[in-house]
Design a protein around this ligand. Structure first.
Ligand code: CTP
Length: 400
């Protein structure tokens, strides 16, 4: 299905008035050298004939999985595709995808796809704001879909509000980032810390936190994709670490500090996403503490603040990014940390919401840079958050 070495984009089109813009999306992809296979729902075919899409893509449009021509082909197509983009995605389509229903060509192909998937909803404002639709979007985001939320504006139904499909230009640029990340960081070294530290109490017990390492690993993965040489220093995790240039596994804050200081000089950019224990037991018992006493006191002493130390010793060309896991007055605490630790950028995440942040696949962040520019992102997959953070850094360093 894909011609030669061209990357194959699967363009799913469902039946909403916004689908006339899908022709433009298709044209842009082909202009940029991608091969596009269109899959339409039967309702979509009532708005614009498949003929228009096949004329522009050079392939017959798949509308029926059971036709002898399409048949088992869909498995071959999904294997070859680099991206599945569904634009527009109706409430009905999103509902089916969120429930795992595969009753036509588009839903069947979507379910079989393992490549990055992007969903661009478009619908009436009240439909978009309906809690069931919102819930479905949440399910889809958590299941690996990148959801590009609709924008506000006047809608075909005469109403005004969120529901308009994102503009083709933005959809294309979002997809290109996924398909061919720009190599902003070639020639640059990025040092990333990830995960949690563990501070031993005795030989089997420790003090730690719930950080999984997913955010830091996503940053390392995306930094590599953007051309950086990556040094990743990570605490204990159950996840396989991404493929980087230098990977160093550590346990305690002290070990993390040593590894960071040993590698810091070679780094152009430092991103400290690790959740470091602020305190450690003053004495580590050798062996396992027995339960002979009714009460025991555990004296804790402060761990070195690695990030603060880096802020003190970094040179002017090194770019330092910290994270701030916060509850309460998130922005203010993050601003204080930015200043106190002499950072170029701080990424604040609200960890009071259980479903996002620590140990989840998604994150909702707000960044503040040293010029007090503040930007909040919607709930996004950690890979998307990583891309956005790295693009911000590239922009600040004029690598963009
Ligand atoms: N950090 C660090 N060394 C420490 C503690 C934190 O390098 N001993 C770094 C983290 O990697 C993160 C940032 O500092 O980038 C913020 O961590 P956070 O725990 O949110 O803040 P703290 O500075 O520890 O302040 P507090 O716990 O008082 O909010």
């Amino acid at each position: 299905m894909s011609s030669g070495n061209k990357k194959l984009v699967l363009l799913g089109v469902s039946g909403g008035i916004a689908l006339y813009k899908s022709l433009e999306i298709l044209r842009e992809f082909t202009k940029k050298g991608f091969d596009v296979q269109v899959v339409m729902t039967s309702n979509a075919a009532k708005f614009v004939t498949p003929l228009s899409f096949s004329a522009l893509s050079g392939h017959s449009v798949i509308t029926d999985i059971f036709s002898s021509e399409s048949g088992i082909q869909h498995i071959e197509i999904v294997k070859k595709s680099s991206l599945f983009l569904c634009a527009p995605a109706t409430a009905n389509l999103a509902g089916k995808l969120a429930s795992g229903i595969a009753d036509d060509a588009l839903t069947t192909i979507a379910l079989a796809c393992t490549c990055p998937k992007v969903l661009v909803p478009a619908m009436n404002t009240n439909m978009w704001l309906n809690p069931i639709v919102q819930k479905n979007m949440e399910i889809l985001s958590k299941s690996g879909y990148e959801v590009l939320p609709p924008v506000s504006g006047s809608l075909a139904c005469g109403e005004s509000g969120p529901g308009r499909m994102e503009e083709p230009e933005n959809i294309i640029s979002f997809c290109l980032d996924l398909l061919t990340p720009a190599k902003f960081f070639s020639g640059k070294t990025i040092l990333i810390t990830a995960g949690r530290t563990e501070e031993m109490i005795d030989s089997v017990r420790y003090i730690s936190n719930r950080s999984s390492g997913k955010m830091g690993f996503a940053i390392a993965r995306q930094a590599k994709a953007m051309g950086a040489r990556v040094i990743l220093i990570y605490g204990r995790t159950s996840l396989p670490p991404p493929n980087v240039d230098i990977g160093i596994s550590v346990v305690s804050a002290e070990e993390m500090r040593n590894a960071v200081l040993n590698n810091f000089k070679n780094a152009d950019i430092i991103i400290k996403s690790a959740a470091v224990s602020d305190y450690r037991p003053e004495n580590v018992y050798s062996g396992k503490i027995k339960k002979t006493d009714e009460k025991i006191n555990l004296a804790l002493i402060r761990n070195p603040d690695i990030l603060k130390e880096l802020g003190r010793i970094k040179n002017n060309s090194q770019y330092l990014t910290g994270f701030a896991a916060e509850t309460g007055d998130i922005l203010n605490s993050a601003k204080l940390k930015l200043k106190d630790k002499k950072l170029d950028l701080i990424i604040a995440n609200d960890i009071s919401q259980k479903s996002i942040g620590f140990d989840s696949d998604e994150n909702k962040i707000t960044w503040i840079d040293k010029n007090n520019n503040i930007k909040s992102l919607p709930v996004l997959s950690k890979d998307r958050v990583a891309q956005e953070i790295l693009k911000k850094i590239a922009k600040d360093l004029e690598l963009h």
